[in-house]
Design a protein around this ligand. Sequence first.
Ligand code: MSP
Length: 422
Amino acid sequence: MAEKKPKYYLTTPIYYTNGLPHIGHAYSTIVCDTIRRYKRMLGCDVVMTTGTDEHGVNVERSARKAGVPESEFVAKMAAVWRETWDELGIQGDEFIRTTDVTHAHTVQWLFRLCRENGYVYKGNYVGQYCIYDNAYVADAGPGDNCPDCGRPTETVTEENYFFKLSAFQKPLLDLYAKQPGFIQPETRRNEVLSFVEGGLRDLSITRTAIRWGIPVPGEEPHVFYVWFDALTAYLSAVGGPDYERHGFWPADVHVVGKEIIRFHAVYWPAFLMAAGLPLPKQIWAHGWLLMESSKMSKSRGNVVKPRPIANILGMDALRYFLLREVVFGQDGNFSYDALVQRYNSDLANGLGNLASRTLTMIEKYFDGRLPTFAGAVGDASFVQSYSRVQLAARQAVEAALGSYENLQFSRALEWIWGQSGQ
Ligand code: MSP
């Protein structure tokens, strides 16, 4: 009987369709693709989910500006995201769009479970909202800017369904204590811990002021809050209500950018606990790829596109650069100079020369054929250097695998690189 492969499920964030892919988004996705390849190599049955986050007021406004219906607008944008990953050779297994019907059913099902378990109630919300981050801003007054992105907030008054997030302070703190590796890296864990320790307010999870969203069944005009909707995509990608039969939930890791750690490490596990569903095993927050020390954004005009780089240098070079240059979990700087320098020094000169020297020596000293170990046993100096190289290689492989396992990609590459000098 064929041996059953261990299952492994990982996710990228799902990307907003009111923007286009830049190298920061590509970084998240390339990292996940690397984990996916690594786990496959180890023999796991891997599913990697990526996709697009298509609802909310931003999309509603962008579609209006473009003079097309929302559904048409998001279909076009989702196609661009999908094509970009295809072109970059990124092998996602599931591409979930939050406008998929099956996804809507999963969101409605999750809401029903939370409500049946007594964690949802109706109330009134009056407060400031940041349409760019899709988040309510606590403690802000009319005219205040969003403390995260600095852009103006808007005052909203709505009848909403609230999620009893306040009931999950202790269960969440217990979770973080019982599973110290649940939030990675340590700095993000501490940040989340102090946020939760500071007390949790109930969270509004439906909207009536927005039309472009998943309807709350029987409660029109309520639509779901985009984060309740978006986070659930991780579950709808692997069967939704039928997740047990699919066998991939809970996720092994959600890879996210540091700015969305709170949604993943606080709200998401709370929703799942309220619904009585299994929790993901880990949330890994990486840093930002900075362009001249500031975050890439359309408004700053410092966006770097991944496609032209991959077209000129090749996707392997781009992947290598990002994984080698940035310490996973920390911010890293992107610059064309650094990219070209790494390409020349590590890949063209380092790896390229190593390969060409090795081939030349095989040609020159061994008539173009690799000697077998058995055939050279009588040659003491050959046996000695063979054993030395073999031992060093084994140690490097083990160390590199260990680093990959902990998502320390730059360390893994350092180990592998160390071998070229042997
Ligand atoms: N739609 C939400 C995520 C929902 S997940 C249930 C969202 N989308 S986003 O398109 O704005 O950004 C998605 C992710 O892109 C970020 O979390 C981050 O992982 C990545 N990045 C965007 N800009 C980045 C950099 N400059 N550097 C590194 N990653 C960046 O947030």
